[in-house]
Design a protein around this ligand. Structure first.
Ligand code: PDD
Length: 284
Protein backbone atom coordinates (compact mmCIF):
# COMPACT_ATOMS: atom_id res chain seq x y z
CA UNK A 1 0.00 0.00 0.00
CA UNK A 2 1.52 3.38 -0.95
CA UNK A 3 2.02 6.08 1.68
CA UNK A 4 -0.61 8.77 1.24
CA UNK A 5 0.17 12.45 1.78
CA UNK A 6 -2.16 15.43 1.86
CA UNK A 7 -0.82 18.16 -0.44
CA UNK A 8 -2.77 21.37 -0.98
CA UNK A 9 -6.24 19.87 -1.09
CA UNK A 10 -5.46 16.41 -2.43
CA UNK A 11 -4.59 13.01 -1.02
CA UNK A 12 -1.77 11.68 -3.20
CA UNK A 13 0.73 8.81 -3.11
CA UNK A 14 3.77 10.16 -1.27
CA UNK A 15 6.14 8.87 -3.96
CA UNK A 16 4.64 11.24 -6.53
CA UNK A 17 3.67 14.12 -4.20
CA UNK A 18 5.30 17.40 -5.23
CA UNK A 19 5.63 21.03 -4.25
CA UNK A 20 6.34 23.91 -6.62
CA UNK A 21 9.98 25.02 -7.04
CA UNK A 22 8.93 28.57 -6.17
CA UNK A 23 7.28 27.53 -2.94
CA UNK A 24 8.61 29.91 -0.28
CA UNK A 25 9.30 27.00 2.02
CA UNK A 26 11.74 25.65 -0.55
CA UNK A 27 13.23 29.06 -1.44
CA UNK A 28 13.43 30.80 1.95
CA UNK A 29 12.52 28.25 4.64
CA UNK A 30 9.48 30.54 4.94
CA UNK A 31 7.28 27.99 6.65
CA UNK A 32 6.35 26.41 9.93
CA UNK A 33 5.64 22.86 11.02
CA UNK A 34 4.30 20.64 13.76
CA UNK A 35 4.95 17.03 14.67
CA UNK A 36 2.62 15.03 16.86
CA UNK A 37 2.00 11.38 17.58
CA UNK A 38 -1.03 9.17 17.46
CA UNK A 39 -0.97 6.23 19.86
CA UNK A 40 -3.56 3.51 19.53
CA UNK A 41 -5.64 5.77 17.31
CA UNK A 42 -5.57 8.75 19.72
CA UNK A 43 -3.71 12.00 19.18
CA UNK A 44 -1.45 12.96 22.08
CA UNK A 45 -1.38 16.65 23.03
CA UNK A 46 -3.09 17.56 19.73
CA UNK A 47 -4.68 20.77 20.99
CA UNK A 48 -1.35 21.99 22.36
CA UNK A 49 0.30 21.39 18.99
CA UNK A 50 -2.49 23.20 17.13
CA UNK A 51 -2.32 26.18 19.51
CA UNK A 52 1.44 26.41 18.96
CA UNK A 53 0.93 26.10 15.21
CA UNK A 54 -1.44 29.09 15.27
CA UNK A 55 1.10 31.04 17.29
CA UNK A 56 3.92 30.23 14.82
CA UNK A 57 1.69 31.38 11.94
CA UNK A 58 0.71 34.61 13.65
CA UNK A 59 4.30 35.45 14.71
CA UNK A 60 5.25 35.24 11.02
CA UNK A 61 2.08 37.00 9.81
CA UNK A 62 1.22 33.92 7.78
CA UNK A 63 -2.33 32.90 6.91
CA UNK A 64 -3.66 29.61 8.24
CA UNK A 65 -4.35 27.18 5.38
CA UNK A 66 -7.73 26.21 6.90
CA UNK A 67 -9.45 26.50 10.25
CA UNK A 68 -8.23 24.23 13.00
CA UNK A 69 -11.37 22.06 13.02
CA UNK A 70 -10.93 21.28 9.33
CA UNK A 71 -7.24 20.65 9.92
CA UNK A 72 -8.08 18.04 12.58
CA UNK A 73 -10.32 16.27 10.05
CA UNK A 74 -7.55 16.20 7.43
CA UNK A 75 -4.99 14.96 9.98
CA UNK A 76 -7.35 12.14 10.95
CA UNK A 77 -7.94 11.30 7.30
CA UNK A 78 -4.20 11.06 6.53
CA UNK A 79 -3.77 8.63 9.43
CA UNK A 80 -6.82 6.64 8.32
CA UNK A 81 -5.76 6.43 4.68
CA UNK A 82 -2.35 5.14 5.76
CA UNK A 83 -4.07 2.57 8.01
CA UNK A 84 -1.96 3.55 11.00
CA UNK A 85 -2.74 2.94 14.67
CA UNK A 86 0.48 4.39 16.05
CA UNK A 87 1.68 7.26 13.86
CA UNK A 88 3.94 10.23 13.65
CA UNK A 89 2.07 13.03 11.88
CA UNK A 90 4.00 15.86 10.21
CA UNK A 91 2.28 19.09 9.14
CA UNK A 92 3.97 21.89 7.26
CA UNK A 93 2.57 25.26 6.22
CA UNK A 94 4.49 27.68 4.00
CA UNK A 95 3.73 31.18 2.74
CA UNK A 96 2.87 29.65 -0.63
CA UNK A 97 4.12 29.96 -4.18
CA UNK A 98 5.28 33.26 -5.67
CA UNK A 99 8.07 34.54 -7.98
CA UNK A 100 11.26 34.68 -5.92
CA UNK A 101 11.42 37.93 -3.96
CA UNK A 102 12.43 38.24 -0.31
CA UNK A 103 9.46 40.48 0.56
CA UNK A 104 6.16 38.74 1.22
CA UNK A 105 4.04 37.75 -1.81
CA UNK A 106 0.83 39.65 -2.62
CA UNK A 107 -1.98 39.37 -0.11
CA UNK A 108 -4.25 36.46 -0.93
CA UNK A 109 -1.40 34.14 -1.97
CA UNK A 110 -2.57 30.74 -0.75
CA UNK A 111 -0.39 29.11 1.91
CA UNK A 112 0.83 25.60 1.09
CA UNK A 113 -0.14 22.74 3.38
CA UNK A 114 1.45 19.31 3.44
CA UNK A 115 0.55 16.55 5.91
CA UNK A 116 2.26 13.18 6.06
CA UNK A 117 2.06 10.27 8.48
CA UNK A 118 4.34 7.34 9.12
CA UNK A 119 4.37 4.44 11.53
CA UNK A 120 5.51 5.24 15.05
CA UNK A 121 7.19 2.44 16.99
CA UNK A 122 5.84 2.93 20.49
CA UNK A 123 7.48 -0.21 21.95
CA UNK A 124 10.88 0.72 20.55
CA UNK A 125 10.60 4.07 22.31
CA UNK A 126 10.17 2.26 25.64
CA UNK A 127 13.14 -0.01 24.91
CA UNK A 128 15.26 3.09 24.24
CA UNK A 129 14.02 4.81 27.40
CA UNK A 130 14.84 1.78 29.57
CA UNK A 131 18.38 1.86 28.26
CA UNK A 132 18.79 5.66 28.20
CA UNK A 133 20.59 7.68 25.54
CA UNK A 134 23.98 9.31 25.06
CA UNK A 135 24.14 12.94 23.93
CA UNK A 136 26.95 15.28 22.93
CA UNK A 137 27.15 19.05 23.29
CA UNK A 138 27.20 21.37 20.29
CA UNK A 139 27.27 25.17 20.02
CA UNK A 140 23.82 26.73 19.64
CA UNK A 141 24.30 28.77 16.44
CA UNK A 142 20.59 29.29 15.69
CA UNK A 143 18.75 32.57 15.08
CA UNK A 144 17.04 34.68 17.75
CA UNK A 145 13.46 33.40 17.31
CA UNK A 146 13.69 29.65 17.79
CA UNK A 147 10.46 29.89 19.80
CA UNK A 148 8.77 29.85 16.37
CA UNK A 149 8.69 26.31 14.96
CA UNK A 150 10.01 27.16 11.49
CA UNK A 151 11.31 24.73 8.90
CA UNK A 152 14.64 26.63 8.97
CA UNK A 153 16.42 23.77 10.73
CA UNK A 154 19.91 23.72 9.24
CA UNK A 155 21.76 24.39 12.55
CA UNK A 156 19.60 21.70 14.19
CA UNK A 157 20.38 19.28 11.36
CA UNK A 158 24.15 19.99 11.63
CA UNK A 159 24.05 19.41 15.39
CA UNK A 160 22.11 16.15 15.00
CA UNK A 161 24.52 14.97 12.31
CA UNK A 162 27.48 15.66 14.63
CA UNK A 163 25.71 13.61 17.31
CA UNK A 164 25.04 10.78 14.89
CA UNK A 165 28.69 10.72 13.76
CA UNK A 166 29.74 10.57 17.43
CA UNK A 167 27.42 7.60 18.02
CA UNK A 168 25.07 9.71 20.18
CA UNK A 169 21.30 10.00 19.93
CA UNK A 170 20.92 13.77 20.34
CA UNK A 171 22.89 17.01 20.57
CA UNK A 172 22.48 19.28 23.56
CA UNK A 173 22.87 22.91 22.46
CA UNK A 174 25.00 25.36 24.43
CA UNK A 175 25.13 29.14 24.17
CA UNK A 176 27.51 31.13 26.43
CA UNK A 177 27.97 28.04 28.59
CA UNK A 178 24.21 27.66 29.11
CA UNK A 179 22.22 24.68 27.84
CA UNK A 180 19.31 26.06 25.81
CA UNK A 181 17.69 22.84 24.55
CA UNK A 182 18.54 19.97 22.18
CA UNK A 183 18.50 19.78 18.37
CA UNK A 184 14.92 18.43 18.34
CA UNK A 185 13.88 18.30 21.99
CA UNK A 186 13.93 20.21 25.28
CA UNK A 187 16.70 19.56 27.83
CA UNK A 188 16.25 18.95 31.55
CA UNK A 189 18.28 18.04 34.62
CA UNK A 190 17.36 16.84 38.08
CA UNK A 191 19.07 18.81 40.86
CA UNK A 192 20.43 17.58 44.23
CA UNK A 193 17.03 18.17 45.88
CA UNK A 194 15.14 16.07 43.29
CA UNK A 195 13.63 19.15 41.58
CA UNK A 196 13.56 19.15 37.78
CA UNK A 197 15.19 22.08 36.00
CA UNK A 198 14.70 23.34 32.44
CA UNK A 199 15.49 26.53 30.52
CA UNK A 200 12.75 29.17 30.87
CA UNK A 201 10.37 29.62 27.95
CA UNK A 202 12.05 32.50 26.09
CA UNK A 203 12.87 33.21 22.43
CA UNK A 204 15.97 31.01 22.91
CA UNK A 205 14.06 27.73 23.07
CA UNK A 206 11.07 26.13 21.44
CA UNK A 207 8.26 25.98 23.99
CA UNK A 208 7.79 22.23 23.75
CA UNK A 209 4.27 20.88 24.07
CA UNK A 210 5.70 17.80 25.80
CA UNK A 211 7.63 20.17 28.11
CA UNK A 212 4.34 21.86 28.99
CA UNK A 213 2.51 18.58 29.69
CA UNK A 214 5.55 17.22 31.59
CA UNK A 215 5.47 20.30 33.85
CA UNK A 216 1.78 19.65 34.63
CA UNK A 217 2.52 15.95 35.29
CA UNK A 218 5.47 16.79 37.55
CA UNK A 219 3.30 19.13 39.57
CA UNK A 220 0.74 16.35 39.97
CA UNK A 221 3.50 14.04 41.18
CA UNK A 222 4.64 16.81 43.55
CA UNK A 223 7.99 17.04 41.85
CA UNK A 224 9.24 20.64 42.03
CA UNK A 225 9.75 22.30 38.64
CA UNK A 226 12.33 25.09 38.30
CA UNK A 227 12.51 27.05 35.04
CA UNK A 228 16.00 28.57 35.03
CA UNK A 229 19.10 28.43 32.82
CA UNK A 230 21.66 25.76 33.73
CA UNK A 231 25.20 25.26 32.45
CA UNK A 232 26.71 22.32 30.60
CA UNK A 233 28.99 21.72 33.61
CA UNK A 234 25.97 21.59 35.90
CA UNK A 235 24.26 19.12 33.56
CA UNK A 236 27.32 16.83 33.54
CA UNK A 237 27.41 16.83 37.35
CA UNK A 238 23.62 16.42 37.78
CA UNK A 239 22.18 13.24 39.34
CA UNK A 240 19.92 12.85 36.29
CA UNK A 241 19.30 14.42 32.90
CA UNK A 242 16.59 13.84 30.34
CA UNK A 243 14.94 15.35 27.29
CA UNK A 244 11.35 15.77 26.16
CA UNK A 245 9.67 15.88 22.76
CA UNK A 246 6.51 14.67 21.07
CA UNK A 247 8.34 11.69 19.61
CA UNK A 248 10.61 10.85 22.60
CA UNK A 249 8.15 11.66 25.43
CA UNK A 250 10.49 11.79 28.46
CA UNK A 251 13.82 10.23 27.49
CA UNK A 252 16.55 9.61 30.09
CA UNK A 253 20.09 10.77 29.21
CA UNK A 254 22.88 8.56 30.56
CA UNK A 255 25.93 10.42 29.25
CA UNK A 256 26.92 13.85 27.95
CA UNK A 257 30.15 14.12 25.91
CA UNK A 258 31.11 10.71 27.31
CA UNK A 259 30.67 11.85 30.94
CA UNK A 260 28.42 9.46 32.82
CA UNK A 261 25.31 11.05 34.30
CA UNK A 262 24.48 9.81 37.81
CA UNK A 263 24.75 6.03 37.91
CA UNK A 264 24.96 5.82 34.11
CA UNK A 265 21.47 4.30 34.06
CA UNK A 266 18.09 5.98 33.49
CA UNK A 267 17.24 7.89 36.65
CA UNK A 268 14.16 7.28 38.83
CA UNK A 269 12.75 10.79 38.43
CA UNK A 270 12.92 10.66 34.62
CA UNK A 271 11.35 7.20 34.49
CA UNK A 272 8.55 8.21 36.85
CA UNK A 273 7.84 11.31 34.84
CA UNK A 274 7.86 9.30 31.62
CA UNK A 275 5.16 6.96 32.91
CA UNK A 276 3.12 9.90 34.21
CA UNK A 277 3.48 11.73 30.88
CA UNK A 278 2.31 8.69 28.93
CA UNK A 279 -0.72 8.25 31.17
CA UNK A 280 -1.54 11.95 31.00
CA UNK A 281 -1.07 12.33 27.23
CA UNK A 282 -3.13 9.19 26.55
CA UNK A 283 -6.08 10.85 28.30
CA UNK A 284 -5.97 13.47 25.55
N1 PDD B 1 10.91 18.46 17.61
N2 PDD B 1 12.99 21.84 20.73
C1 PDD B 1 13.17 21.66 19.41
C2 PDD B 1 14.28 22.38 18.72
C3 PDD B 1 12.33 20.78 18.69
O1 PDD B 1 12.50 20.59 17.38
C4 PDD B 1 11.32 20.07 19.39
C5 PDD B 1 10.38 19.12 18.69
C6 PDD B 1 11.18 20.30 20.77
C7 PDD B 1 10.11 19.61 21.59
O2 PDD B 1 8.83 20.08 21.26
P1 PDD B 1 7.54 19.14 21.42
O3 PDD B 1 7.56 18.65 22.80
O4 PDD B 1 6.42 20.05 21.16
O5 PDD B 1 7.68 18.03 20.41
C8 PDD B 1 12.02 21.20 21.40
C9 PDD B 1 10.06 17.65 16.79
C10 PDD B 1 9.65 16.39 17.45
C11 PDD B 1 10.70 17.45 15.42
O6 PDD B 1 11.26 18.41 14.92
O7 PDD B 1 10.64 16.35 14.88
Amino acid sequence: MPHIAYVNGQYVPQSTAMVHIEDRGYQFADGIYEVCVVVNGCYWDMDGHLVRMQRSLSELEMDAPMDMRALKVVMGEVVRRNRLKDALVYMQVTRGVAPRNHAFPPEGTAPSLVITARRFDFDQSDVKANHGIAVISQPDIRWGRVDIKTVGLLPNALAKEAATKAGAAEAILVRDGVVTECSASNAWIVDETGAIVTHPKTNEILGGITRQTAIACAEELQIKVIERPFTLEEAKAAPEAFLTSATSFVMPIISIDGTRIGSGKPGPVALRLREAYKACAAKG
